[in-house]
Design a protein around this ligand. Structure first.
Ligand code: AMP
Length: 298
């Protein structure tokens, strides 16, 4: 079983072309919907009393949400961000933690034996606390972002030390180590404990560092880009979902997982919020996978 812990959010996203307000988002949302294309996925998180019933139903239709708590007293985590014309650099306008501020997460009994745990971007202390509650997962991967690197850097470093794989985007990796070289960041991440690091570089693809080797992979080329929110989480969910179906996690397997990560990220950016991601069928993934192999096999 794959269990994903992270935020389930209401997102307000502003681009020069369109604004969407309080739409379904959150790191665990994108990651688990993406992962569910590869393996049955369970979600742990918390939402507030303002969380729309239709969103709850959407999650229920795709995931095991017995781990989702609904607070009757507080509001859902709300993230407000803007993109400029390049639709690449994000500016955070507001991070309203609400329900997640004092969330004491628990793992439902049915999930305790999960062999695969993905700790999506979330409070690193909460991520470490929840990890202790699993009986002994085979593979644990985490993600993080600028908000936590700025506010809880020491805890982020402790968390990285406790996982098998770390995934984060390029600017966050550079922020974490105050480094300008992405390759150096990948090496530094691995020197802190995990056996591999994946650094996402948006339309420039992603980089894997494993067994002392660097493996850069291109992004899946798509001309449509409306909203990059959740691309990293969709990547992470697919990456972990694919790995959970494999026997071993050698460099070749990790690279294949990255291809699926790239593909799911390419779907997510093509529409606002989760709109495109939820419409993706197995056939669509297969087509992009085939295309990816054609383009990048020399
Ligand atoms: P990304 O894949 O990096 O684009 O992640 C986007 C998601 O991260 C959004 O749907 C937000 O709800 C969520 N998010 C934003 N800030 C935070 C934060 N500080 N902690 C956890 N999740 C966040």
């Amino acid at each position: 079983m794959l269990t994903i812990f992270g935020t389930v959010a209401l997102d307000t996203t502003r681009t020069p072309f369109h604004t969407i307000e309080r739409t379904l988002g959150g790191t665990a949302t994108f990651a688990s919907i993406s992962a569910s294309n590869y393996t049955p996925t369970s979600l742990i998180g918390i939402v507030g009393h303002d969380f729309p019933e239709s969103y709850l139903q959407l999650l229920k239709d795709r995931l095991d949400i017995r781990g989702l708590t609904i607070s009757q007293t507080e509001k859902t985590f709300h993230y407000d961000s803007s993109f400029g014309y390049d639709l690449a650099k994000r500016t955070t306008n507001k991070t309203e933690l609400n329900v997640i501020a004092n969330y004491q997460s628990t793992v439902p009994e049915e999930y305790i034996d999960s062999e695969f745990v993905y700790l999506a971007n979330n409070d690193p202390v909460q991520n470490m606390n929840i990890l202790k509650l699993f009986s002994g997962p085979k593979l644990v991967i985490c993600d993080t972002m600028d908000f936590w690197i700025i506010n809880k850097r020491d805890d982020v470093m402790k968390l990285i030390n406790k996982v098998d794989g770390i995934m984060l985007n390029e600017s966050e990796a550079k922020l974490l180590f105050k480094e300008t070289s992405t390759l150096k960041c990948a090496r530094l991440l691995v020197s802190n404990g995990p056996s591999f690091a994946v650094i996402n570089k948006g339309e420039n693809g992603s980089l894997l560092f494993h067994n002392n080797e660097f493996y850069p992979l291109p992004a899946f080329p798509t001309e449509i880009i409306k909203d990059p929110t959740g691309a990293g989480d969709s990547f992470g969910g697919a990456f972990m979902g694919y790995l959970s179906q494999q026997e071993k996690w050698d460099s070749m397997t990790l690279k294949n997982a990255m291809i699926y990560g790239n593909i799911m990220g390419s779907f997510t950016i093509e529409d606002y919020g989760i709109q495109k991601l939820v419409s993706v069928k197995a056939e669509d993934i297969k087509k992009r996978h085939q295309k990816y192999k054609e383009i990048f096999t020399y």
